[in-house]
Design a protein around this ligand. Structure first.
Ligand code: SAH
Ligand code: MG
Length: 198
């Protein structure tokens, strides 16, 4: 089976099972970023079924990903998918809560795509693993457009709480003196944060 057909199958599985994988525009952005920056060491928070990790690995032949997932069913599905692509040597899957994972290695890209209300915690937990000049990319900064909406338009209390947390994260990025962040209106909203030199 071709990579193209296998990717289509993963996307179909995600659609049927409501797995929130990255949108096409977001994936294009991420893979273009990887090529432009020659990114080779990636840490991903939120594997889901392995789609974004596989797409990143396919984008650059030398790229390696360590990716973390806390949901067992998704982790097992990701394991299966990574094997299908023969990417076991380049994609390392960890079945854990990301905040319980302590790594010593450095990465040139940390991709945050886990629980949307936890981004500040993920950021502070993993910034020690960011190489000098490395980037932290965060997905779903716009959260289906809710972040741009007036709060009164959001009926669900849970959703309002989540949107507030995403806004707090955006504020955190904007005001963090050690980093420079650019926000992109791509896919579901993506931020690219670079550590300042020196
Ligand atoms: N990056 C994937 C989509 C991830 S969806 C892709 O685009 O293909 C977000 C995933 O993050 C979910 O599967 C959820 O179980 C996982 N997640 C959320 N919080 C987490 C945490 N604290 N640790 C590990 N995984 C987490
Ligand atoms: Mg996402």
């Amino acid at each position: 089976m071709s990579n193209y057909t296998m990717i289509k199958e993963i996307k179909e599985y995600a659609r049927i099972n409501d797995v929130p994988i990255m949108q096409d525009e977001g994936i294009d952005f991420l893979t273009t970023f990887i090529l432009k920056n020659q990114t080779t060491r990636v840490l991903e928070v939120g594997t889901a079924i392995g789609y974004s990790a596989i797409m990143m690995a396919l984008a650059h032949p030398k790229l390696k990903v360590v990716t973390i997932e806390r949901d067992e069913q998704r982790y097992l599905e990701a394991l299966k998918n990574v094997k299908k692509f023969g990417l076991e040597d380049r994609i390392t899957l960890l079945f854990k809560d990301a905040l319980d994972v302590n790594l010593h290695e450095k990465f040139d890209l940390i991709f945050l795509d886990g629980a949307k209300g936890q981004n500040i915690n993920f950021f502070e937990h993993f910034e020690r693993n960011l190489d000098e000049g490395g980037y932290i990319i965060t997905d779903n900064i716009s959260f289906h457009g809710y972040v741009e909406k007036d709060e009164s338009e959001i009926k669900s209390r849970n959703l309002r709480g989540l949107v507030r947390k995403i806004k707090a994260y955006i504020e955190y990025l904007k005001t963090n003196p050690n980093y420079i962040t650019t926000f992109y209106d791509k896919g579901d909203g993506i931020s690219v944060t670079q550590r300042k030199e020196g």
